[in-house]
Ligand binder design. Structure first.
Ligand code: ADE
Length: 245
């Protein structure tokens, strides 16, 4: 897998991309992450990458020339462009979810463009961007943190990154449910006991308890997901009935 990140602030990304799961991923699978410094593609001696907006108003806009030049450099081999996705993180985009992470984890070449200041020139979006993605209804000061978040969620789903693939399968959202609580030794800590069922050794009861906890947590904390879970389950039951007939 190859990931290119075009940014005015490569330092924000360098350390986090070399830590934790991403560090492991880079050791375990063929993952190449290139940080592209947008200023290297500026053509003036001040390494300018932004300018004021046409029509006036506050804020600066990332200029098209350095962004086009950096993207042309990323796609030096034009064949690469046909299968790659070019992602622009923006509050104007479609919401990033576990489903987006799953879909993007199947793509071998991702290019992220980090916006900064007020916006990027729309011609860059129109000419290059395949996906505009938002990580939530709030405004960050730039795209870098959104990219880190997405890269983490995407890369961990590539086969071979997690040592125990089951831990990704039971994660929250994989089936529209939040995850259940977990405990480890000691069985009683400061008078706080682990739920009895978990030390009963009764696997079926444990699975039932975990599923009930997931359902109850989702109902209380995320009514929107709970509705989806109910709808999906009704659909599944209907399909099972049809198959039985
Ligand atoms: N850039 C600034 N805010 C953002 C957001 N909410 N999602 C993605 N990119 C952003």
């Amino acid at each position: 897998m190859r990931i290119d990140v075009i940014t005015v602030f490569p330092k924000i990304l360098a350390d986090p991309l070399n830590e934790s799961i991403l560090k492991q991923a880079r050791k375990r699978i063929d993952l190449q992450i290139n940080l592209v410094d947008l200023r290297d593609f500026s053509s003036d001696k001040h390494r300018t990458v932004d300018d004021t907006p046409y029509g006036g108003g506050p804020g600066m806009i990332l200029k098209p020339e350095p962004l086009f030049a950096s993207l042309e450099d990323v796609f030096r081999n034009p064949k690469d462009q046909s299968t790659a996705r070019v992602i622009f993180p923006t509050p104007q985009g479609k919401l990033f979810t576990q489903q987006t992470a799953e879909e993007l984890s199947e793509i071998d070449h991702l290019v992220f463009i980090c916006g900064h200041y007020k916006a990027i020139d729309q011609r860059v979006i129109d000419s290059w961007v395949t996906d505009e993605i938002s990580i939530g209804d709030f405004i960050l000061s730039g795209g870098e943190i959104a990219v880190l978040l997405m890269v983490d969620a995407i890369v961990r789903l590539r086969p071979g990154v997690l040592s125990d693939i089951d831990s990704a399968k039971t994660d929250s959202f994989q089936n529209s449910l939040l995850d259940c609580p977990y405990y480890t030794r000691p069985e009683v800590f400061k008078d706080l006991a682990v739920p009895e069922v978990l030390v009963s050794g009764h696997h079926q009861k444990i699975e039932e308890w975990r599923l009930n906890q997931k359902i109850e947590r989702t109902r209380l904390r995320r009514p929107d997901l709970y509705e989806k879970y109910l709808t999906d389950n009704v659909e599944q039951q209907k399909k099972k009935k049809v198959r039985r007939k």
